[in-house]
Ligand binder design. Structure first.
Ligand SMILES: [Zn+2]
Length: 441
């Protein structure tokens, strides 16, 4: 049989035209295999999650406030990156915070991506429906669970669509200082991180070749220009940011917040000592941040076939705060682990081309952000704050209950050791990653 088979090949290839066809076939088969196995691809998709009718909005612990109007729409924005067998989803949702109790329900509905490779971050707009189910003094919550169920499905739909749309892509990656009146620290003007990280995916083939698929902006700021007390539902400054990026660059814009705790906020200061808490101010800041992000990533050499790596590990935090215990215990959204007064959450680490990304399960103060970025040892350090979970402020044990200014952020934190536990875990992990022993954890 074997001899016969070889003879047949000989016979076919003896004809010059047939030989070319055969060689061509093997070449195509070869590149085809390579393409499906190793080609870097990116897809993106969006879902609108504006409630109709409108719902009360939440800007923090306490009873959500009624709304009578909206400015802009709320969104779920998903970007899927894949190379070989590695698939990663990055999701931004216009909400104050999105716990893993909800995120895991979306993860269960997403096909073809490992749950731990799906990063879901909240933009931290202070004008979106309550997703924590904050209980009042009697233990009751007015959170709309049907709305949250619907959002869970929209997240899964957006990720599934982004995965289906994934096409060959290159990446432009840059980090630079965003200039202009965008953010400041409300507690101490200059204590904030002006760096803005940008990851932009560009189609490499087909009818979209050269077009932008998605632009991810990573920047630390509280989207609380409008806040929760004006009767307005809004994505805040993130809405105009999406619009501006999409109208100038095309594709889909995603915003991932960063270490914006205590108290890095939008610079709405006016000369008369007042603040501009208007939709027009959201447009001004959103447009400016968008323009700066596009400037930072402009003229950057695209990275062809960038490497893609994703790792994760669980971390536990004791819940020392009585108020946080009360919320975690009484919320209709089951957030607490089986163990008493402990929350477990997942940290994610990504390497996408030259970018390194770490997630923060809450609102880290900017000093923690600087320290982590510095120890990531790259010019392209990204921190996705309020991602995978959002358990309030994360401050160092030295800052906890120190300055009078920090009373609020201390009260709205899991406890004195939260920052220490997070930083130590991340430092250990970064060491393991640099010596190659971390992937299994
Ligand atoms: Zn906050």
């Amino acid at each position: 049989m074997r001899i016969n088979y070889n003879w047949r090949i000989m016979k076919i290839t003896s004809h010059p035209v047939k030989r070319i066809i055969l060689i061509g076939f093997f070449l195509l088969a070869g590149t085809g295999f390579y393409a499906t196995a190793q080609e870097f691809k990116v897809g993106a998709a969006v879902r609108v999650i504006t409630p109709d009718p409108l719902l009360p909005v939440s800007g923090g612990i306490g009873t959500p406030k009624k709304t009578t109007t909206k400015k802009g729409d709320l969104f779920v924005r998903a970007m899927v990156l894949q190379k070989g067998t590695t698939r990663i989803a990055i999701v931004g949702i216009d909400n104050l915070g999105w716990t893993s109790a909800l995120g895991d329900r979306s993860r269960a509905l997403i096909k073809g991506i490992l749950p731990q490779n799906i990063l879901i971050g909240a933009t931290h707009t202070h004008s979106a429906p309550d997703a924590y189910g904050f209980p009042d003094a009697t233990g009751r919550s007015i959170a709309d669970l049907a709305y949250l169920d619907w959002c869970v499905k929209q997240i899964a739909d957006a990720v599934n669509e982004a995965a289906e749309n994934a096409e060959p892509a290159s990446l432009k990656i840059a980090v630079g200082e965003a200039q202009g009146k965008i953010a400041y620290n409300y507690y101490a003007d200059n204590l904030y991180d002006p760096r803005c990280g940008v990851i932009q995916a560009i189609a490499e083939s087909g009818k979209n070749k050269g077009k932008v698929i998605a632009t991810l902006v990573n920047y630390a700021v509280h989207p609380e220009v409008i806040g929760s007390s004006q009767g307005i539902l809004s994505p805040d400054l993130c809405g105009p940011l999406y619009d501006r990026i999409e109208s100038k660059a095309g594709g889909i814009a995603i915003f991932m917040n960063s270490a914006q705790g205590g108290m890095v906020t939008a610079d709405t200061r006016l000369e008369n000592g007042k603040e501009a808490n208007t939709w027009e101010e959201c447009i001004r800041i959103g447009n400016l941040l968008a323009d700066e992000a596009l400037r930072i990533v402009d003229n950057v050499e695209p990275q062809k076939e960038p490497a893609l790596f994703c790792a994760s590990r669980e971390i536990e935090f004791p819940v020392e705060s009585e108020m946080m215990r009360y919320i975690l215990k009484n919320s209709p959204i089951k957030m607490m682990s089986i163990k008493e007064n402990v929350v477990t959450t997942r940290l994610s680490y990504l390497q996408v081309g030259s970018a390194k990304v770490l997630t923060i399960p809450g609102e880290a103060l900017p000093n923690i952000g600087f320290y982590i970025k510095r120890n990531m040892k790259t010019d392209h350090a990204f921190l996705f704050g309020l991602t995978n979970d959002a358990f309030g402020y994360i401050l160092t044990k030295e800052d906890f209950n120190s300055f009078k200014r920090y009373e609020y952020v201390s009260r709205t934190s899991l406890g004195e050791m939260t920052g220490d536990i997070y930083v130590n875990e991340v430092m250990t992990w970064l060491k393991e990653l640099s010596n190659g022993s971390a992937a299994k954890k």
